[in-house]
Ligand binder design. Structure first.
Ligand SMILES: *Cc1c(COP(=O)(O)O)cnc(C)c1O
Length: 370
């Protein structure tokens, strides 16, 4: 007799990590491998944040504050919302999974754009809900009208990723506001803003203002990308107190560890220094995008810390060769094929040196294969 896992397991798509097969995390740490596959910050956390983590380490015999009281208070101040609306989590991915648990079930429907974040398909598979994937419109942007048209009485959850991962494309706030206004009240809208700090069109706080008028809106933010803390796993939702209660009901207590709480609080004390790192990444984006163009490559219009690069007409055929050439040169990027976009690459911005190396190797490879 062998063990039988439940039937839903077979339908859950695995998450493919950015570290290449055959490399352990230890191999990669401190190596010259350019890790441009997971949209992490290439910059170390601020020294004050590292100190706060070290200081908190001495009390690891205690469980963390299950309510993350101080972090919720600071986040409330930062966003001008009541702390009762804020749900810190073990990365914003935890909120996505909890939302599936709390909102979805067989017979329910979930609507999202595709390609979008590779976690979204897991939510439907986990819960047995029916998923409706709405193809992106020309320009690789969310087709909000088409998404609205898919909403039915059975729809429980709509996901909007803005800026979108993997395409980087940004929908202006005015369009988001109009969309949220038109979604019926029985549908929870999750606005996944993991990359909001990297867009330069609107005030990153603009969407927060929608929460007062829409009980069904949930905004996701994370410390993983713009705050250089991906390794600690801390993100949060801002939504209704009822949404917070639902998330807390379906997940374990103590899910945000004490080091993560301490680090996130300290990072919030250094908004200007964090902002400076974000601006550096934005400047690097302009330079890297120019580099892609100089190799004759076109990209989607990005408002994030990564680019979505078209490999052209025979892109789907050369994609694997290009990925292999880059890996050979010590550069790890993400294959579009794995993200719902065959013939495309998703490349995160690294340091100036890493980006230069990537541009040179990519240019060489594309010339060789086209
Ligand atoms: C990286 C990312 C997240 C954040 O994940 P964490 O769990 O907070 O690290 C959420 N949404 C999208 C679209 C992402 O790309």
């Amino acid at each position: 007799m062998s063990v039988h896992f439940n039937s839903k397991l077979a339908s859950i798509p695995g998450y493919t990590p950015g570290v290449p097969k055959g490399h352990s995390a230890e191999d990669v740490a401190g190596s010259t491998l350019a890790q441009l596959a997971s949209n992490e910050s290439p910059y170390a956390p601020l020294p004050e944040v590292v100190e706060a983590i070290a200081a908190a380490a001495g009390s690891m015999n205690r469980y963390p504050d299950p309510e993350a009281t101080l972090l919720r208070k600071r986040l409330g101040e930062r966003h001008g919302v009541d702390p009762s609306r804020i749900t810190p989590a073990n990365g914003s991915c935890e909120i996505l999974l909890a939302a599936a648990d709390a909102l979805l079930e067989p017979g329910a429907e979930i609507v999202y754009a595709w390609p979008a974040f590779s976690m979204y398909p897991i939510l439907a598979a986990m819960s047995g809900a029916r998923e409706i994937r709405v193809p992106l419109a020309p320009g690789e942007v969310h087709d909000l009208e088409a998404m609205l048209a898919e909403i039915t009485a059975a729809t429980q959850l709509v996901l909007v990723c803005n800026p979108n991962n993997p395409t980087g494309t940004y929908i202006p706030f005015a369009d988001i506001a109009d969309f949220v206004e038109r979604v019926p009240d029985h549908v929870t809208v999750i606005l996944d803003e993991a990359y909001i700090d990297f867009q330069t069109v609107d005030d990153p706080e603009a969407s927060i203002g929608l929460l007062d008028r829409h009980e069904n809106l949930v905004i996701l933010r994370t410390f993983s990308k713009s705050h250089s803390l991906a390794g600690l796993r801390v993100g949060y939702a801002i939504g209704s107190p009822a949404f917070r209660a639902a998330v807390d009901a379906v997940r374990q207590p103590f899910s945000v560890n004490a080091l993560a709480q301490a680090a996130a609080v300290e990072a919030l004390n250094h908004g200007e220094a964090v902002r400076a790192q974000i601006l550096t990444a934005i400047q690097e984006r302009d330079r890297v995008e120019e580099g892609f163009r100089s190799h004759g490559l076109s990209t989607a219009d990005t408002g994030a810390n990564f680019s979505w690069i078209s490999l052209g007409e025979n892109g789907a055929e050369i994609e694997d060769h290009v990925i292999a050439d880059l890996a050979e040169a010590g550069i790890i990027v993400r294959a579009g094929r794995l993200l719902g976009g065959p013939g495309w690459l998703r490349i995160s911005y690294g340091t100036i040196e890493e980006n230069n190396r990537m541009l040179e190797a990519l240019g060489d490879s594309v010339r060789r294969h086209s």
